[in-house]
Design a protein around this ligand. Sequence first.
Ligand SMILES: C[S@@+](CC[C@H](N)C(=O)[O-])C[C@H]1O[C@@H](n2cnc3c(N)ncnc32)[C@H](O)[C@@H]1O
Length: 209
Amino acid sequence: MTASNPHAGDGRIPDHLQHHPDRLRWNQRYQANPPTFTAHRLVTEALAAGFPDGPVLELAAGRSGNALELAATGRHVVAVDVSDVALDDLAAQARQRGLSGRIDGVLADVPSYRPRPAGFALVLATFYWDADAFAAGCRAVASGGLVAWQALTDDPAAKPGTGRWRVPHGELSRRLPTGFAVLMEEPSTEGDRRSTVLLARRQMYRRDH
Ligand SMILES: C[S@@+](CC[C@H](N)C(=O)[O-])C[C@H]1O[C@@H](n2cnc3c(N)ncnc32)[C@H](O)[C@@H]1O
């Protein structure tokens, strides 16, 4: 599915996603709120750290300013989300900016989505948490590439029922597979959102002689 998104608005939502609760909830939220297409700071951190040539994978991308910013640097971005409304908005914005050819929107349930192992120079997620998605995302990082992840943290003041989306600070680095080096892990506060931010690099594969 590409930034000229073939799935949304034309009745081609796959059967297994038709009644997916996350899709319905997020479509409603996106329909009720105008897009901002704001990139998150983690994109700046990832660009500053540097990563090899190759595509970027963004999980739970939403109406992603991250994807637009990375595409504007010449990267090909695969943006995965369960909300066809978000992917349509992203596709329209990419067209407006002349970036359609660089962003592929993929309508999928991220926890069960399995990206190509070692296929991406950067794997990115902001304001999203799922343990299976994190594990699959780490496996998708190419040699020398980065995983950049930001997730809401445990917060006693959080709305009830939001625990599934939250992770304690420090948990992201604890869950990294072997072969990754942490470049940065810190708590972050933006407005009333408290999150944990991780940037880690997959070590270069070593060739045995
Ligand atoms: C808090 S928003 C974050 C969006 C974007 N990453 C950002 O930082 O602005 C959470 C995103 O996760 C997506 N999402 C929620 N559940 C999902 C699922 N099961 N599969 C794929 N995407 C999902 C929503 O559609 C939404 O775009």
